[in-house]
Design a protein around this ligand. Structure first.
Ligand code: SAM
Length: 224
């Protein structure tokens, strides 16, 4: 049986959790959570009462060895993040690698992640794509954008609402104003919005008002 379960949680709409995810969360000895308050709210909603421990970017190195020892002794744990799938622009990779190296069984449940609905509803080619996650904010951004200007596959980025317009301006500069793109905001939530069009059109749309909420950007590959 698996020692470590990776469990995706909703990216907004609380109903987006699988029956198996709920079963696993109910059954484990310990739930490792990026933010115990956020996950505590979800667990309470589903009347799940299991011990919670924080596991995030700032303590994962420090507590890794002791967690692996506990897994080796037979404890079963689930890892959740604030939203979506752990390991996707979220902590996960370190403990998964360490568990596998220790010969432990790791299972990842399929479930919510923001980039899949954003890609699919963009209407851009989805047979091949690259997930770029968050762009570097300063150092390395130019170099990466120059390289990505030649990318032929559809590209996916996570971005904060405060940097969306700036990043669209960079996309215009490096990919050209006429490149097709799509911006999805607040997926699965009350104010879900997807804007498809050229980079210029999307820029005009988001320049007109204050941008709020969570954002996924999808950009067509070169010569699509
Ligand atoms: N683990 C998550 C996943 O599987 O998608 C991603 C976590 S990352 C720290 C948070 C970023 O994911 C946000 O800044 C945004 O780019 C994207 N995101 C998460 N939820 C979203 C939503 N409901 N709508 C749009 N983007 C979302």
């Amino acid at each position: 049986a698996p020692s470590l379960y990776i469990v995706p949680t909703p990216i907004g709409n609380l109903a987006d959790i699988t029956l198996r995810a709920l079963e696993v969360l109910k059954s484990v000895d310990l739930i490792l959570a990026e933010d115990t308050r956020t996950s505590g709210f979800l667990l309470k909603h589903y009347a799940i009462a299991r011990p919670l421990q924080s596991f995030h970017n700032f303590n994962e190195h420090k507590i890794l060895t002791s967690l692996i020892q506990r897994l080796e002794k037979g404890e079963v744990m689930a890892l959740v993040s604030d939203a979506g799938t752990p390991g996707i622009s979220d902590p996960g990779f370190l403990i998964i690698r360490a568990a596998l190296q220790a010969g432990l069984k790791v299972e990842c449940l399929p479930g919510p992640t923001a980039f899949v609905p954003a890609l699919v509803k963009s209407g851009l080619p989805s047979d091949r794509f690259v997930f770029e996650g968050f762009l570097p904010q300063k150092k390395g951004r130019q170099t990466l954008l120059k390289k990505l200007a030649e990318e032929e596959r559809t590209m996916i980025f996570y971005e904060s609402p405060y940097r969306l317009v700036k990043t669209l301006e960079h996309f215009k500069e490096y990919f050209g104003a006429e490149r097709k793109a799509s911006v999805s905001r607040e997926l699965t939530k009350m104010f879900e919005e997807t804007v498809n069009g050229t980079i210029e059109e999307i820029l005009t749309h988001f320049q007109a008002k204050e941008v709020k909420g969570e954002i996924v950007m999808v950009v067509s590959g070169k010569d699509d």
